[in-house]
Write a protein that binds this ligand. Structure first.
Ligand code: HXC
Length: 259
């Protein structure tokens, strides 16, 4: 585990922070000393996330924002800065996805997922930039993607293309904003067992064993595995790491290639 002061004094803004991996990251950040703003579309989910953070003793707020709306997201980021006095960490975690063969995918279905994942990430980075460049720790942007964005993702072309776009955007920004002392990285989770996504896609459909066997480690990951990577990348421990894609997938992408 990390030292309890690993993120002391920092402020983090996490999209899609009301549940799942986003809330796990928020909870770890808060327990390691950060002030945390979670943002999302669903007020109920946000409030229950906020309760969990505060029950853990975290300094946290919840802000309603749809990442597809630049003005709304910018207003939420500005509100977090007004509340906590600055911004040091942005986590672009909000995502939308559904299974659909590409020939049956409507233009609006495509647009909706690209809007949430890729455009929402751009909006977050753009709206946060002015604050992050003033961070006394150096700014850190972390975006959640997947290696399926690079391999292609049959049945999820929209999400795969959007995630690949986020990787490209992150590497561009790592160079453009390196001079502002902002580090820009991505995390590629594999199948994370204690999430709604894996439950719906793999457990409920009877594909659990198959998907487990696709990983080199032969097991699903935990939300905590992703949160650990997100703590490392946000902290001084990763002070010289930028433009990196940290793969936390139990060796799934290698086994895909080797099998
Ligand atoms: C085909 C679909 C569809 C489906 C929606 N659409 N679901 N098409 N199959 N199952 C189409 C609609 O018909 C519509 O197109 C367009 O997409 C927009 O749909 P709306 O319902 O109006 O959009 P909205 O209410 O904004 O909802 C966005 C959403 C929804 C992405 C569609 O699923 C959502 O809110 N998801 C958020 C949660 C989520 O997806 N989490 C997963 C992320 S985790 P038309 O043409 O009819 O207008 C993840 C990791 C998975 O991605 C990892 C697994 C290993």
């Amino acid at each position: 585990m990390f030292r309890v002061d690993t993120l002391k004094g920092r402020v983090a803004f996490i999209t899609g922070g009301g549940g799942g991996i986003g809330l796990e990251i928020a909870s770890c950040y808060a327990r390691l000393g950060a002030s945390v703003a979670i943002a999302g579309r669903n007020e109920e989910r946000l409030q229950s996330g906020l309760e969990r953070l505060r029950a853990d003793g975290g300094d946290a707020i919840a802000l309603r924002a749809d990442v597809r709306n630049y003005e709304e997201l910018k207003a939420a980021i500005d509100a977090a800065v007004a509340k906590f006095g600055g911004l040091d960490i942005l986590v672009n975690n909000a995502a939308g996805n559904f299974h659909c063969p590409t020939a049956e995918l409507s233009p609006n279905g495509w647009r909706t997922v690209v809007d949430i994942d890729l455009n929402g990430t751009f909006y977050g980075c753009h709206a946060a930039y002015g604050h992050l460049r003033r961070s006394r720790f150096g700014g850190s942007i972390i975006s959640i993607i997947t290696m399926l964005g690079l391999s292609g993702w049959p049945g999820a072309a929209h999400a795969a293309a959007a995630k690949a776009g986020i990787l490209s955007l992150s590497r561009t920004l790592a160079v453009e904003w390196g001079g502002d002392n902002i580090r820009v990285n991505t995390i590629s989770p594999g199948p994370i067992g204690d999430t709604e996504g894996v439950k719906r896609l793999y457990v409920d459909t009877g594909r659990e064993d198959l998907e487990r066997r696709k990983t080199a480690l032969g097991r699903f990951g935990k939300k905590q595995d992703i949160a650990n990577a997100a703590v490392f990348l946000a902290s001084d421990l990763a002070g010289y790491v930028t433009g990196e894609n940290m793969i936390v997938d139990g060796g799934r992408w290698l086994k895909y290639v080797a099998a």
